[in-house]
Design a binder for this molecule. Structure first.
Ligand code: FEO
Length: 384
């Protein structure tokens, strides 16, 4: 498939995968994108997952016709993109492998060789001329691994953005970009907001007409929309008006409290209330919603003098991704020694710029007049 006169798409769709990166449910599969630039010299941009070796090599061959590739540019060493470097190197023994120094160290670890006799080490600001296309390399450490470079083609004004601007989902899936891009971003790159901000600053200096990521569709229109979302996400800003309530419930009493709070919030005019049962819903979906909205309610039971395991995991998912700049409300339930609110607060201690909403709602086993009144007061406080 041709993207521009000289850039061809040679990636693959994966509908067989059970869990992406060993943990993410991808109902609509996954795409591993790869590209070829055909100029006086030809350059291949990254490879694909190991299971698609033959299909990818076939796509490459078809795009090249009777030519052979001069360069393989390795932007990212995670195996969903790098697994076929060695197969490529063996198929095309004259091609030069182009990557950052850190990427070659990883190649040695993965493949037992760093291609010392046929490599080109590049760093921030280096360029590679293919003829009419000049590729400029831009360092993007920790978006999403330390060795990452992204590549700007000034001829076609294309940014090859590695994992940046990627999403879950195969390319033949018809689905909203933002939903699966947000789940992907916060799941995979969310911890590295500052590094993404650095990359966005560098990208702002380039004249970009098209973004070619390693996952998800090629972005060609309304680039401002995607860049603005990345600005919001990477600066831990609030994307949408509304409140997320994340809960666990053992026998339904905490759930009843959450449902009552959601009802009150909606009745009082909250534009969007998202309620998530952490034991039953996709954790990555819950994480993206926590980052999407500015206010978060956490409701859980006291459990083994700690909190219910799914809430413990959820809070860890947030803190390890640098959750910040939010208002958080706490609801605890306990039949004899409720301590969940205290435990949740302590677990959130590392989060920057958090306002805890009052009151903390305490349920002793089941809702009563007192806890209902606390929910009413909390609803008012959250909408103040
Ligand atoms: Fe798509 Fe970080 O690999």
């Amino acid at each position: 498939m041709k993207i521009t006169d000289d850039i061809h798409y040679i990636g693959v769709n994966d509908h067989e995968i059970d869990l992406f990166e060993g943990q993410y449910v991808v109902e609509n599969g996954m795409a591993y994108n790869s590209y070829v630039i055909t100029d006086n010299r030809t350059a291949v941009m990254d490879t694909v997952d190991a299971r698609f070796r033959e299909e990818w090599l076939q796509n490459l061959k078809q795009a090249l016709g009777d030519r052979t590739p001069d360069y393989l540019i390795v932007q990212h060493m995670e195996p969903d993109h790098s697994a076929n470097i060695d197969a490529f190197a063996k198929t095309y023994p004259d091609a030069v492998i182009v990557a950052s120094a850190a990427a070659f160290t990883m190649m040695k670890q993965f493949f037992g060789t760093d291609y010392a006799d046929r490599r080109m080490i590049v760093k921030e600001g280096d360029t590679l001329s293919l003829g009419t296309h000049t590729l400029q390399f831009v360092g993007a450490p920790m978006v999403h691994w330390p060795e990452v470079i992204v590549t700007y083609d000034s001829h076609d004004k294309v940014l090859f953005s590695a994992d940046g601007f990627g999403k879950f989902g195969a390319l033949d899936a018809d689905e909203d970009w933002a939903c699966e891009a947000r789940r992907y971003y916060f799941g995979i790159v969310g911890k590295y907001g500052m590094q993404v901000q650095n990359l966005l600053k560098k990208a702002a200096a380039l004249d970009i007409k098209m973004i070619c990521p390693l996952h998800g569709p090629i972005l060609q229109e309304n680039l401002e929309y995607y860049v603005n979302l990345y600005q919001t996400w990477s600066s831990y800003g609030v994307e949408s008006e509304g409140i997320m309530i994340a809960y666990t419930s053992v026998y339904g009493h905490t759930k009843a409290a959450v449902e009552l709070l959601a009802e009150k919030l909606t009745a009082k005019g909250c534009p969007k209330v998202v309620v998530a049962d952490l034991a039953r819903e996709d954790m990555a979906e819950c994480v993206e919603d926590a980052f999407r909205y500015g206010r978060l309610v956490l409701a859980t039971t006291t459990y083994n003098t700690d909190i219910f395991p799914f809430m413990r995991e959820f809070i860890s998912e947030l803190t390890e991704r640098g959750y910040q700049n939010r208002t958080i409300a706490l609801i605890e339930n306990g039949s004899w020694a409720p301590t969940a609110a205290k435990v949740m607060r302590a677990r959130l201690e590392s989060c920057k710029n958090i306002t805890f909403a009052e009151p903390v709602v305490q349920i002793r086993s089941a809702l009563n007049d007192e806890s209902r009144a606390q929910l009413e007061a909390l609803a008012d406080e959250l909408l103040r």
